[in-house]
Design a protein around this ligand. Structure first.
Ligand code: NAD
Length: 502
């Protein structure tokens, strides 16, 4: 797997169809979170590089050629990119695992998803023929057309680096926009690689641009620049607030996918009937990718009568989760992304104890000598939690599960909704009427009934409340990247004679 890193020892940015070093000459070292080994060196751009990329995207958009390219041709290019991603899926998966230390198995799934996302938006590119509106005025026609928004700044996070980038790149390009992509500074490799593939696919110069660098410099410039028409951001809520403020410079459109603190509600009937299934999905909900998932089921909300039995089994199974190297096929859970992030997660574990939550598993770092260089935190479970606790309200983004109990359906709903987030959640019951009532009452952008963490290109994804603005994926994910124009034509115009004509 090391062989894939060779190309990335002096990786560049892609601006106006050219691979470039940072104007300042600065570089950043990328590390493997499992053992902190240096795996790559990439250009570290700043505001000056961001400005050049924005200017290139502006020229490419304003020339009109790309937006006027027939949608079927844009779709064909996006499809070509999907095929190239499929061709190089193993290399992309390895790069994603090097960057994030998530298991190769997970990274391989991600790459299959990502190719599917480009395929889906390639297919949508030429489906919109506008709409005819029934004009109320005789002898006129009225139609609605969707046009690209323009220059799109796109900022992605480190937890699903290329997956999150693909949710932005694919619809933006299919709709005829030009883009400046900025991946997380911690995990740029797969986004660099996919930009190479976009070049190979043959996107015109200036349509796809990639700037590498930090959020407060490069990211902020994308958010603030008056030459950017739309900023799409996936990341934490505090960063979202900053970007929203910066975006007021020109009232650019904003599309936000922020955090979540997602309830996973289990009714006793299901747990009693399908005990192993319930245990399995509690574990999958929170410990997958070490909990670094915006839709992680970090809040287990369980009917009181079944709490003790379920928690005892979940704790026993969580205790055996195998932590390790992303490239070891037996690894079930990797480390956290960075020292800084581990400190944040450990801070929350300390806080949970102080708030009176009962620690029933984990809470520390693994003792295994082989794991000491990685940013590992043990699978951690707190019971006796309630919604007045910060450990329940705030996104920990680590392998930390909080457990709350309820006695009635109404109480389950009230507890689940008692958060400022509204990204996703699940309800588990074999009583389908009850499950549907609860799903209807949950104030979240996605609700799963008897499943968890399912998303696909065809269905929209996004948050209620402070979990986001707008939707990615699905038809709506394409529409985010379009402006709507109403075109009205009078076929028998008569003088208005308003200003005194005789
Ligand atoms: P983050 O907010 O720290 O960073 C995300 C991106 O924003 C990075 O590229 C970073 O460089 C950039 N950034 C940082 N400061 C900036 C600024 N001032 N201006 C512009 N850009 C800036 O988030 P993260 O830690 O990389 O990712 C984790 C967060 O992402 C979690 O909160 C998670 O819930 C969220 N997330 C949400 C979804 C979703 O679909 N809703 C998906 C994945 C991750």
């Amino acid at each position: 797997m090391e062989k894939y890193l060779k190309k990335y020892q002096a990786a560049k940015m892609y601006i106006d169809g050219q691979w470039r070093d940072a104007k300042s000459g600065a570089t950043r070292t990328i590390i493997y979170p499992f053992d902190q080994r240096q795996i790559a060196t990439v250009a570290e751009g700043d505001v000056a590089d961001a400005r050049e990329a924005i200017a290139a995207a502006r020229r490419a958009f304003d020339s009109g050629e790309w937006a006027a390219t027939p949608a079927v041709e844009r779709g064909a290019l996006v499809l070509k990119l999907a095929q190239l991603i499929e061709r190089d899926a193993e290399e992309l998966a390895a790069l994603e695992s090097w960057d994030t230390a998530k298991t190769m198995e997970e990274s391989r799934w991600d790459m299959a998803d990502i190719a599917g996302i480009f395929r889906y938006f390639a297919g949508l590119a030429d489906k919109d023929g506008g709409e005819v509106i029934a004009s109320p005025i005789p002898n006129t026609t009225s139609k609605l057309v969707r046009e690209p928004v323009g220059v799109c700044g796109q900022i992605s996070p480190w937890n699903y680096p290329l997956l999150q980038a693909s949710w932005k790149m694919a619809p933006a390009l299919a709709a005829g926009n030009t883009i400046v992509m900025k991946p997380s500074e911690d995990t740029p490799l797969t986004t660099i690689k996919v930009t190479e593939l976009a070049e190979e696919a043959g996107f015109p110069k200036g349509v796809v641009n990639l700037v590498l660098g930090a959020g407060p410099t490069v990211g902020n410039e994308l958010a603030e620049s008056v030459d950017v028409d739309l900023i799409s951001f996936t990341g934490g809520i505090e960063t979202g607030r900053k970007i929203m403020k910066a975006a007021t410079s020109n009232m650019k459109k904003i599309a936000f996918e922020l955090g979540g603190k997602n309830p996973n509600i289990f009714f006793a009937d299901l747990v009693e009937q399908d005990f192993e299934l319930a245990v399995d999905y509690v574990l999958n909900g929170i410990f997958f990718h070490a909990g670094q998932v915006c839709s992680a089921g970090a809040r287990l909300i369980v009917e009181e009568s079944i709490h003790d039995k379920l928690i005892a089994a979940v704790v026993e199974r969580a205790r055996t989760i195998k932590m390790g190297d992303a490239f070891d096929a037996s690894t079930e859970m990797g480390p956290l992304i960075s020292e800084k992030h581990r400190a944040k997660v450990e801070g929350y574990i300390k806080l949970g104890r102080e708030e009176g939550a009962k620690l029933v598993l984990g809470g520390g770092r693994p003792k295994d000598p082989a794991l000491q260089k990685g940013f590992f935190v043990e699978p951690t479970i707190f019971t006796n939690c309630n919604t007045s606790m910060r450990i329940v309200q705030e996104e920990v983004f680590g392998p930390v599960l909080t457990v709350e109990t309820f006695k009635t359906e109404e109480e389950a709903i009230r507890i689940a909704n008692d958060t400022t987030y509204g990204l996703s959640g699940a309800v588990w019951s074999r009583d389908q009427d009850k499950a549907n009532r609860v799903a209807t009452a949950m104030r979240m952008g996605t609700v799963w009934i008897n499943d968890f963490n399912i998303y696909f290109a065809q269905a929209p994804w996004g948050g209620y409340k402070q979990s986001g603005i707008g939707r990615e994926l699905g038809q709506m994910g394409l529409e985010e990247y379009t402006e709507v124009k109403h075109v009205y034509q009078n076929h028998a115009t008569e003088a208005a004679n308003w200003f005194g004509a005789k």
